[in-house]
Design a binder for this molecule. Structure first.
Ligand code: UD1
Length: 429
């Protein structure tokens, strides 16, 4: 199993290209199931989750080809996928595939919308809290599907097609909102989705669906209206930049010190996180090429942050911020309200010398003078990258084990950081 070795203490200087967003790419690929024509996606990141979803979609009969290299293109450019679900041969998503990536459960809505039925395994346990799918099922039922659970599978049927309806989410859910939009796109009549997630990836998927002929308005607000159409067609769409990758590298620079251009990053996608960095004493400068992040010499001030759905501070940057605050001058508080139990990184950060106390959903982080390198274990995607951030400022060597978590969500992380001066290498095997 690969590991990453980091020797801390080197500042970061240069340019880091920001990849296409994983959390938009996955639902965009899944949206290809809604049409028999080809969906072409540009700026797709090279990630293990994308490869896994290719396999899952392949099992339904979807053909996916990747464009070859074009003149002037480098590994910094995203890839282009041509996705064709001309014929769906299987409407079952089996446990061994769905259990490896939660978002693959989202194939439920487009399969039912297009084929009138689907059998999708429940995702099963997950490292961060219980992460149920009750609200996704509720949305399907509100839009006319008959749903039952059979042998660990969600079996949803709408043999005469889905029907427009009203979906009111009692809690903001990204997956629930994707599900409702995709189901409503091909439903008979108009649907209204209330308390919808406002994450930028929802807007990106809705924009792509509209290019495919859907009639969706209000994406990016809490109320989305979808007028169902009978058919969708092919389209071409470029995935928006990854705001979580952007925020992660911004915190890496804040931690290590230095001056970095996050190329292609868009500040409006993570304003809450940039504001927190500014309060902490980091220089954040939007430019027409991206966002410049700098910290030269000054100390970090502590912060008070509560995670919440967009546009608030994202839960997917909570672990990274916590790593950063281990070096602040004073005591920080971070409250996690989106996922229960999303604090697995705390014990590992403690191995590097961090002082963090947990009280339910609230973490108190007392800044220390210096972290010290140690062997640590990655437990999930965002937690593992928080260990990388801590290691960049720790004295001596840190080995991050189980880096397959990182490969799920961060494209060529060690190259991007290494090119800017970090002492980081992958140890294979
Ligand atoms: C998506 C993101 C993930 C991010 C999360 C919150 C992708 C691929 N993943 O995950 O990176 O951390 O949004 O921003 O885009 N809930 C229920 N019932 C449900 C569904 C969700 O109670 O049926 C709860 C969850 O347990 C959680 C909250 O709602 O407490 C938000 O979850 P949700 O927004 O659905 O997360 P995901 O879509 O799985």
């Amino acid at each position: 199993m690969d590991r990453i070795r980091i020797v801390g203490g080197r500042p970061l200087n240069g340019t880091i290209p920001i990849s296409g967003a994983k959390n938009a790419t996955l639902p965009l690929m899944i949206a290809s199931l809604l049409t028999e024509e080809t969906l072409t996606l540009d700026n797709v990141p090279r990630l293990a989750d994308v490869v896994l979803l290719q396999r899952i979609l392949g099992n339904h009969g979807v053909d996916i080809t990747t464009s070859g290299k074009r003149a002037g293109e480098t590994a910094d450019n995203g890839q282009t996928l041509h996705i064709s679900a001309a014929t769906i041969v299987d409407t079952t998503a089996p446990y061994d595939l769905v259990s490896r990536m939660r978002a693959s459960f989202w194939v439920l809505a487009p399969l039912v919308a297009r084929m009138g039925e689907a059998r999708v395994s429940l995702p099963g346990g997950c490292a961060i809290g219980t992460r149920p799918v009750d609200l996704l099922i509720m949305a399907m039922e509100r839009l006319g599907a008959k749903v039952e659970i059979d042998g660990g599978y969600v079996v949803a049927k709408a043999p005469r097609g889905l029907k427009g309806g009203e979906v009111v989410f009692p809690k903001v859910t990204v997956g629930g909102t994707h599900t409702a939009i995709m189901a409503a796109a091909l439903a008979d009549g108009t649907s209204v989705i209330e308390n919808a997630a406002r994450e930028p990836e929802i807007g990106d998927v809705a924009a792509c669906l509209n290019k495919m002929g859907a009639r969706i308005s209000g994406a990016g607000t809490g109320r989305i209206v979808v007028e169902g159409v009978s058919k969708l067609h092919g389209a071409r769409h470029a995935v928006l930049p990854d705001r979580i990758e952007t925020g992660t590298y911004a915190m890496a620079v804040a931690m290590a010190g230095g001056d970095i251009l996050l190329q292609n990053a868009r500040p409006e996608l993570l304003q809450a996180a940039l504001d927190v960095l500014t309060i902490s004493g980091v220089a954040v400068t939007p430019t027409n090429q991206g966002i410049r992040i700098a910290r030269n010499g000054g100390h970090l001030d502590p912060v008070e942050v509560t995670t919440a759905p967009f546009p608030e501070f994202p839960t997917d940057l909570q672990a990274q911020l916590m790593a950063l605050m281990t070096r602040a001058r004073g005591t920080s508080h971070i409250v996690e309200t989106v996922f229960e139990n999303r604090f697995m990184h705390v014990q590992e950060l403690a191995r590097l010398g961090a002082r963090i106390q947990l009280d339910g959903e609230r973490a108190t982080i007392e800044g220390v003078e210096q972290l010290k390198g140690a062997p640590v274990m990655a437990t999930d995607l965002r937690a593992s990258v928080s260990l990388v951030i801590a290691a960049l400022a720790a004295e001596g060597e840190t080995i991050v084990n189980r880096v397959y978590h990182l490969d799920r969500g961060f494209e060529r992380l060690e190259h991007k950081l290494g090119r800017c001066g970090a002492a980081i290498e992958r140890l294979s095997g």
